[in-house]
Design a protein around this ligand. Sequence first.
Ligand SMILES: [Cu+2]
Length: 187
Amino acid sequence: MTIRFAILAAACTLVLAGCGDKSAPPAEPAAADVQAAPAETPAATPETPAAATRPAVVTDCSTHVEGNDALKYNVDSITVPASCTEFTINLTHVGTMPVAAMGHNVVITKLSDVAGVDADGMAAGVAANYVKAGDPRVIAHTKLVGGGESTSVTFAVSKIQGDGPYEFFCSFPGHEASGMKGTIQVQ
Ligand SMILES: [Cu+2]
């Protein structure tokens, strides 16, 4: 900052106009914030720029997704680095409601398979984590968790490098339709 002020002061002596407002030099992010905000790098999902307003933070071929009591994930886009062979999604239910009333999972399918997988999952019931057993359309899924619980799933990245697009969503009845979904892509 000292150097920056020195440059600013030098510039003002050369150019007398436009230096009136010295009260607000551009703030630099605190070091602690840098890791929490890689979402703002230009690498975020050019395919779906409008939809991806809450990109997931990805670290070491894994990410953390939260679900709450208000039928929401905290992210709507997961970009998996192409350098990863496997990828892990850690899911935490940050609410307090029980699994039978407000359970959440993460299911990954092709976008075109979401409706069918969701409907068959509902039929499979809560004991099956709302995922039909052996469904070949399901690329990966976590178990269903209630408030305060966590779970995770790891899958081969090659499984979402085919003929997408791919979506992640919660297959608890009605949750995908309520917006518990997002895009997942490899980049
Ligand atoms: Cu849910």
